[in-house]
Design a protein around this ligand. Structure first.
Ligand code: BGC
Length: 922
C-alpha cells in the first residue's frame, strides 16, 4: 500500500494560504483490500515522531456497501482538521491507513503553513511611489541579518502586480502576482520563504499595472481598481537563538524608476534593460490604501507549467510557431548591442504567411525589449498573450533561442481520453488546451483579445468538463469568492463578468447561474461539501433576486421580462442571441438554479431553505409547462435548444419524454443533421440524445466533420476550441464579426459527454467525489476502441473497450475506497464492483439496418446501396435536384415530389437491406 497526494484544502504544501477551515485529504494506492478500515493522523512541529503535536490514534472507518460512502471515521476526500492552527506556523502531518485486508502503510510527512492571523496587526506601512502612477517603480531596502538564521518569511502584497527579489534573485516561481481577484472586496497577500543570508541583503519589488491599475475590461480606459502603485511587506527573520526580528515597509524604503516603462494585460509590455539599476532613488511615501481588505491568499499558484520549443515558420523570416494555441509568453536569449529594440508581436493565426491579428481587436499584444548590451534571458513580467505565433523584429533569433512559456494555475490533470479516432483525440486535447489557456487565476472567456474576462456563462457551461479534465477544486473555490464578493455589492444579482470590470452587465440567465451550477459540479467531482457551504448564501440570493424580478415584472413564476443574452451564438436565430425564446431559457435556468440551491441547502443541513427552494422550483415547473407546452404535450418553442433544455432539466409534462425526443430529432434532420445550438443548448445536446436512447445520433454529431461541428475546426487545424462554429467560414475566410476567438472553451463542454458516455463515467449525487462511480459506457461501432482514465480523489479509474467484430471486450478498473455501479453495454445488466480490475466480453446487437432512414450520404457512398437505390428509384438520384437536402429517403418520400407508392417504397427499402446484407457477408 502507498498513501499519496496529501493535500490541505486541495493544495499541496500550502504556504501562507487561508486555512481557517482546513480539510486534509489523501489517496490510497496499491492496496490489497478495498476500503480503509482504520485511519490515524499525526500532526507535528517537525517531520518526525518526536515532535508530535496531536495523534488521532486509530479511527475505525466503515463504509456503506452500496454507495461506498463513509459512515464512520475520517473521509479521505476531506477530513476537517479538529485543531486550532496558530498563525505563521508550519505543521507537518502524515496519515496511516489500514485496509479491510489488513494491508497498512504510513504516508510520508507533508506540511501546511499558516499565514498571519486574521486581523493581525501589520508591523509595516503601505507605501506609495514618489514618482506617481505613470512611472513603474522598484521599491527596495537593504538590511543586515546579524545572527545565524533559522528561517525567514516574507508576507507581502504589491499592487497592481509585483515580483519580489532578494539579492537580485526572483522569489518563487509564480507569475503575475497577486493574481486577479475582486480587489475592491478583498486583497490577497502572499507568503515567501526567502533565502536570507547572514550579513547584508537587499529586498526589491518590481511593480506593474496589470488588471488592477491598467487598461482592462470592456468599454474601459481608466484603471478599474486603483490609480496608484502600493506595496506592503513584512519580513520575519527568525534567528537560531530563538529571537525574531521584523522588517516592515516604511518610509526608509527607497524607490527607483524601474526598467518596465509600460505594461497592460491587453497591450503587452515595454522593458528597457538600460534602465536597470539606473535613475535616482527617492524615499517611498505613505499610501492611503487600508490594510482592512487584506486576506491570506486563496488563489492556487499561477506559474509557467509547460515549455514549448519554437519552430521557425517556413518562408516567413522571423515568425515562430509554438505548435499550439496557448496562453503565456515566450522567453528568448538576447545578446544584442545596447539600444537594440526587439519587438515581439503575438497572434493565434497566420494568413498568407503573416500574423493574423484582426481578431485581437483593441489589444496590441506586443512585447518590446530594449537591450542594454548584456546577454540575458528575456521575458515579460506583467502581461500575457493568447497566441500560437510570434513575430520578432529588430534582432535575429535562432529557433533554439526562443521558448514558449505556457502559463496556467496549478491544477492536476485528472481526465484522459484516447480512442482509435485521431481527430477525436485532437478535439479532446483542444478542450484541455482551452482550459489551460483560460484558467489563469480566473476562468476567462479567451486569452487573446481585449476581453480575457471572467464571463460567468462561459464557466457555467464548461464547469462539468473542466472538473473532469483537471482537479479545479481550489481554483473554482477561489472563483466563487470573487463571484460572491461581487454579488454582495449587487444585492444578490450576479454579474456577467466576475471579477467585475466597469462593465456592469448582470441579471442574465445561464450567466448568473454560474453561482449555482459551478459549486454544484465542484461538489459532485470533489466530494467536498465546503464549496456548497461557502456558496449557499450566494445561491439563495441569486434565486431570490430572480424571484424579486418576476414579482416586479408581474410574470408569475416565469422569468420572461428581463433582457437576456439567450442561446449565445446559436446558428438558428437572426442575431448572436440565437433563435430560442429567451424567456424559455431564463425560466429553465431559474428552475435549475432553484433545484440546485435546494440540493445544496439539503447537503449542508439547511432544511428550511431546501424546502423553500423545492417549493419554488415546483411552481416554476408548473409555470413552465403551462407556458411552453401545448395541453397535449407538444413543445411550443420548436428549436433544438428548447428541446434540449426542457428534456435535460426534466421540464416536460409527465410521459412526454419521447415526444420531445422526437421533436428534437426531427429538428436535427430537418437541419440536415446540423446542430444549431449556441452556448446554452450545446452542452446538453449530446447528453439529451443519449438520455433518449439515441447515443448513435450523439456520436453522429460528434464525429461529423462538415460545418458546423467540432471536427470541422479540427480539420481546419484548430489546436484549441473556437468561440464560434464558424470562426473560420466554410469558404476559408475569417469570420468578419469583431468577436472571434480561437481559444474559447464554451463549446468544449462536449468533453463532459465524452467522459460520461464514451467512458461512461459519472459522479453520483448521493456519493459525490466518485465515492460511488456511475459507469455506463456506450461503445459505438464507429470507434474501434476507446480508453478513458479518470484520476479521481481515490486513485485511477479506467474504462477500456474494444470492438472485435460483433463483440466488445470491456475492461474496468475501480480505485480503492470506491463502489462502482456499472451498467453493462447492450445487456443493460447492473453490476456492483469494488476496488480491482474486471473484464467482460459482450455481444453487441447486429449493426442497425440501413433503410429509408439512412442519410443520403451514406446510401450513396457505398456502391452496393447506391445500386439498390438506382435500380428501384432512379428518379431519386437523377430527377430530383434537391434530394440530398432532405437528408434521408424518408424525408424525400414525405415530400410531394417523390411520387412513389407505398409498395414501391417498401420494395426500395427491402433492396437496401439486401444490399447491406451482401456488404456484411465475409
Ligand atoms: C465573450 C463571451 C461571453 C459573451 C456574452 C463575449 O464577448 O467572449 O464568451 O459570454 O460575450 O455576451
Amino acid at each position: 500500500m502507498k498513501i499519496t497526494r496529501l493535500q490541505t484544502n486541495h493544495l499541496t504544501c500550502p504556504l501562507g494560504f487561508d486555512l481557517t477551515r482546513a480539510r486534509l485529504s489523501w489517496t490510497v494506492e496499491d492496496a490489497r483490500g478495498s476500503f480503509a478500515a482504520q485511519v490515524r493522523i499525526q500532526m507535528a512541529s517537525a517531520p518526525e515522531e518526536t515532535a508530535l503535536l496531536t495523534d488521532t490514534g486509530l479511527m475505525a472507518t466503515t463504509h456503506d456497501p452500496d454507495t461506498g460512502c463513509v459512515l464512520d471515521g475520517p473521509d479521505n476526500l476531506g477530513w476537517p482538521l479538529p485543531m486550532e492552527l496558530a498563525p505563521r506556523t508550519r505543521y507537518y502531518w502524515r496519515v496511516w491507513v489500514q485496509d479491510d485486508a489488513g494491508d497498512a502503510a504510513w504516508s510520508d510527512w507533508t506540511w501546511l503553513e499558516t499565514a498571519k492571523a486574521p486581523g493581525e496587526r501589520w508591523d509595516a506601512q503601505v507605501l506609495a511611489s514618489p514618482f506617481g502612477p505613470a512611472v513603474h517603480p522598484v521599491f527596495h531596502h537593504t538590511f543586515r541579518a546579524e545572527k545565524p538564521l533559522r528561517q525567514a518569511r516574507l508576507y507581502c502584497l504589491g499592487l497592481g502586480e509585483y515580483e519580489a527579489y532578494l539579492n537580485g534573485e526572483k522569489l518563487g516561481d509564480e507569475v503575475l502576482l497577486p493574481g486577479f481577484h475582486a480587489y475592491d472586496s478583498y486583497l490577497q497577500y502572499q507568503t515567501f520563504a526567502p533565502p536570507v543570508h547572514p550579513g547584508e541583503n537587499t529586498l526589491a519589488f518590481l511593480l506593474g499595472d496589470g488588471w488592477y491599475k491598467g487598461r482592462y475590461g470592456l468599454k474601459q480606459s481608466a484603471p478599474r481598481y486603483g490609480e496608484d502603485y502600493a506595496l506592503l511587506a513584512e519580513l520575519h527573520l527568525c534567528y537560531e537563538d530563538g529571537t525574531e526580528e521584523v522588517i516592515g515597509t516604511d518610509e526608509s524604503w527607497l524607490v527607483t524608476p524601474g526598467p518596465v516603462t509600460f505594461d497592460g494585460i491587453y497591450d503587452g509590455e515595454t522593458f528597457d534593460a538600460r534602465l536597470m539599476g539606473q535613475g535616482e532613488s527617492r524615499p517611498a511615501i505613505p499610501s492611503p490604501l487600508s490594510v482592512q481588505r487584506l486576506t491570506p491568499r486563496i488563489s492556487p499558484c499561477l506559474r509557467v507549467q509547460e515549455e514549448r520549443r519554437a519552430q521557425r515558420v517556413p518562408g516567413a523570416e522571423q515568425i515562430f510557431d509554438m505548435g499550439q494555441n496557448m496562453a503565456g509568453w515566450v522567453s528568448f536569449v538576447c545578446d544584442a548591442p545596447a539600444g537594440t529594440i526587439v519587438t515581439l508581436r503575438f497572434a493565434e493565426m497566420l494568413r498568407d504567411g503573416t500574423l493574423y491579428r484582426d481578431n485581437l481587436r483593441g489589444a496590441k499584444c506586443t512585447f518590446t525589449y530594449i537591450s542594454d548590451g548584456r546577454r540575458r534571458v528575456v521575458r515579460p513580467h506583467f502581461t500575457y498573450f493568447g497566441f500560437r505565433y510570434v513575430s520578432v523584429e529588430g534582432y535575429t533569433l535562432a529557433q533554439e533561442d526562443i521558448t514558449g512559456c505556457v502559463i496556467y494555475s496549478d491544477m492536476r490533470q485528472t481526465g484522459f481520453l484516447r480512442t482509435a479516432h485521431e481527430k477525436l483525440n485532437r478535439l479532446f486535447d483542444n478542450v484541455l488546451w482551452s482550459q489551460k489557456g483560460n484558467f489563469l487565476d480566473v476562468p476567462t472567456d479567451c486569452p487573446q483579445r481585449d476581453e480575457r474576462m471572467g464571463w460567468t456563462g462561459d464557466i457555467q457551461v464548461f464547469s462539468d468538463a473542466a472538473c473532469f479534465n483537471m482537479d479545479c477544486t481550489a481554483f473554482l473555490t477561489k472563483y466563487m469568492h470573487d463571484l460572491l464578493a461581487d454579488q454582495r455589492t449587487l444585492g444578490g444579482n450576479v454579474p456577467c463578468v466576475s471579477p467585475m470590470t466597469a462593465y456592469h452587465l448582470g441579471g442574465v440567465a445561464a450567466w448568473g447561474d454560474a453561482v449555482t451550477v459551478v459549486p454544484w459540479f465542484v461538489y459532485l467531482h470533489s466530494g467536498d461539501a465546503e464549496i456548497l457551504r461557502l456558496s449557499l448564501p450566494g445561491m439563495l440570493d441569486w434565486v431570490d433576486w430572480i424571484h424579486a424580478q418576476t414579482e416586479q415584472d408581474g410574470t408569475g413564476d416565469l422569468w420572461t421580462a428581463s433582457p437576456q443574452l439567450g442561446d449565445w451564438l446559436a446558428l438558428d436565430g437572426r442575431s448572436v442571441h440565437g433563435g430560442t425564446d429567451r424567456g424559455l431559457i431564463a425560466t429553465a435556468y431559474y428552475f435549475d438554479s432553484a433545484v440546485l440551491t435546494a440540493k445544496a441547502a439539503r447537503t449542508v443541513g439547511d432544511t428550511a431553505n431546501a424546502q423553500r427552494m423545492e417549493e419554488l422550483s415546483e411552481r416554476i415547473r408548473r409555470a413552465f409547462l403551462t407556458e411552453y407546452f401545448t395541453p397535449s404535450g407538444r413543445i411550443a418553442v420548436p428549436t433544438q435548444t428548447a428541446c434540449v433544455l426542457a428534456r435535460y432539466l426534466n421540464l416536460i409534462p409527465p410521459g412526454a419524454e419521447s415526444r420531445v425526443d422526437d421533436t428534437l430529432r426531427c429538428l436535427l434532420e430537418e437541419a440536415g443533421m446540423r446542430l444549431e445550438t449556441g452556448f446554452v443548448g450545446t452542452p446538453w445536446l449530446l447528453p439529451v440524445l443519449s438520455m433518449g436512447g439515441r447515443t448513435d445520433w450523439a456520436y453522429t454529431l460528434l464525429l461529423r466533420e462538415e460545418y458546423p461541428s467540432w471536427l470541422y475546426e479540427v480539420n481546419l487545424g484548430a489546436t484549441t476550441i473556437w468561440e464560434r462554429w464558424n470562426s473560420i467560414e466554410p469558404d476559408g475566410s475569417m469570420n468578419r464579426d469583431g468577436m472571434n476567438s480561437f481559444n474559447h472553451y464554451a463549446y468544449g463542454s462536449v468533453a463532459a459527454w465524452m467522459y460520461r458516455v464514451i467512458g461512461g463515467l459519472s459522479p453520483d449525487e448521493d456519493a459525490p467525489g466518485f465515492r460511488c462511480i456511475r459507469c455506463a459506457p456506450e461503445p459505438d461501432r464507429r470507434l474501434p476502441w476507446a480508453e478513458t482514465r479518470l484520476d479521481t480523489g481515490h486513485g485511477l479509474c479506467r474504462v477500456y473497450w474494444q470492438w472485435h467484430g460483433d463483440e466488445v471486450a470491456l475492461s474496468v478498473q475501480v480505485p480503492f475506497g470506491c463502489v462502482m455501479r456499472l451498467t453493462l453495454p447492450f445487456t443493460g445488466e447492473d453490476v456492483r464492483l469494488t476496488a480491482g480490475t474486471y473484464q467482460w466480453t459482450l455481444t453487441a446487437p447486429p449493426a442497425p439496418a440501413l433503410g429509408l432512414d439512412t442519410p443520403w450520404r451514406e446510401l450513396l457512398g457505398q456502391p452496393e446501396t447506391r445500386a439498390a437505390v438506382e435500380a428501384n428509384f432512379p428518379r431519386a438520384i437523377r430527377g430530383i435536384a434537391f434530394q440530398q437536402q432532405l437528408y434521408t429517403m424518408r424525408h424525400l418520400l414525405q415530400s410531394p415530389f417523390a411520387e412513389l407508392t407505398r409498395e414501391e417504397a417498401a420494395r426500395l427499402e427491402a433492396a437496401i437491406r439486401d444490399a447491406q446484407h451482401h456488404m456484411l457477408k465475409p
